[in-house]
Ligand binder design. Structure first.
Ligand SMILES: [Zn+2]
Ligand SMILES: [Zn+2]
Length: 330
């Protein structure tokens, strides 16, 4: 842990969940003339907080010097501790307008989202028992976050000037509907959040609160980043890396292969998203039965994102039969 670039501290914080593929979450402190901008916050756990606090102590940085906390998206690993750090620093919290709108349904008044999630699973082929198993999968995530509202909402194209850095906000929907990246055109630095990760393919699912066609939007957002001149990418997980174009191509290739796999699964007859998710090879060569319920649910929503994208592009037909959606090859 050190300055990864003059004026940018890279701090690795621990992950709260045991069955995660991720080793840590990265947060970044950017030095300005009047204080620091923090990019993402880590989970709201004692372990994460003490790691962060120790880093500040070691580097002689006081909480009060943190003036702004920019949240790339409101997943618990990026947003969880923002409220806690705000209490100690009085920093302002910044995020995209769409992420702000997700705070209440995701973390404060969750009953509606739970009901919508159940409906989405059963509409897409899960039986009542299966819906119940998958429903219990995420209970408790709200314990790892403090649901704090932002002080400022951000929009695509706006700029944040801090010290010698002039960041452009780039709205990159897909992994989360209001996900943003931060781009410094002169220094050629991109803070990529969970939009582009060096090793893991970011999860893109069609959830009840997703933007239309999230995978299509995600790929468009990747193409948009591909046009930028970037020398250093600072992601939300794993290590900083150099060449995002190559990584973007790999991620797009992964999604094309997954589309092919789904089209093959659709060869004989129409199937529901739930059925197709059971036929796919998931990460680390896991079959459906090897996945814990939380990952099974992500798998169904990912499959759905692929199907919706291919339906939008006219590559598959979607039809409904006895209250369940099915997809078939054209
Ligand atoms: Zn995320
Ligand atoms: Zn993350």
């Amino acid at each position: 842990m050190a300055e990864i670039y003059p004026g940018i501290h890279w701090i690795k914080l621990p992950i709260a969940l045991e069955d995660s593929d991720l080793e840590h979450i990265n947060v970044y402190l950017i030095k300005g003339s009047k204080g620091y901008l923090l990019v993402d916050s880590g989970w709201n756990t004692d372990e994460s907080f003490s790691t962060f606090h120790n880093y500040l102590l070691k580097n002689g940085i006081a909480f009060q010097e943190i003036k702004q906390i920019l949240v790339t998206h409101v997943h618990p690993d990026h947003y969880g501790a923002a409220g806690h750090i705000k209490e100690l620093s009085e920093a302002k919290i910044l995020m995209h307008q769409i992420e702000k709108d997700l705070i209440k349904p995701r973390y404060i008044d969750m009953n509606e989202l739970l009901a919508l999630t159940d409906k989405q699973l059963s509409d897409n082929g899960a039986s009542e028992d299966e819906v119940e198993t998958l429903r219990d999968a995420t209970l408790g995530l709200e314990n790892y976050i403090i649901a704090t509202q932002p002080d400022t909402t951000l929009h695509d194209g706006e700029t944040i000037n801090i010290g010698t850095f002039n960041f452009r906000i780039i709205w990159t929907p897909g992994h989360s509907s209001g996900h943003i990246c931060l781009y410094e055109p002169e220094k050629k630095i991109l803070f990529s959040g969970d939009h582009i990760l060096p090793k893991i393919t970011p999860n893109v699912g069609l959830h009840p609160h997703s933007i239309d066609n999230p995978l299509g939007r995600y790929i468009e957002s990747l193409q948009q980043i591909k046009k930028l001149d970037i020398e250093l990418t600072l992601p939300g997980h794993d290590e900083p890396f150099k060449n995002p174009k190559r990584r973007i191509n790999e991620i797009i290739r992964h999604h094309n292969l997954r589309n092919q796999e789904i089209l093959t699964a659709l060869e004989s007859d129409g199937k529901s998203a739930y059925k197709i998710a059971q036929m796919i090879t998931w990460s680390n060569n896991n079959g459906w039965d090897d996945l814990p319920p939380f990952h099974q649910r992500m798998a169904v929503f990912e499959t759905l994102a692929h199907l919706e994208m291919m339906a939008t592009e006219g590559r598959v037909d979607k039809y409904s039969h006895q209250g369940v959606y099915y997809y078939k090859q054209k």
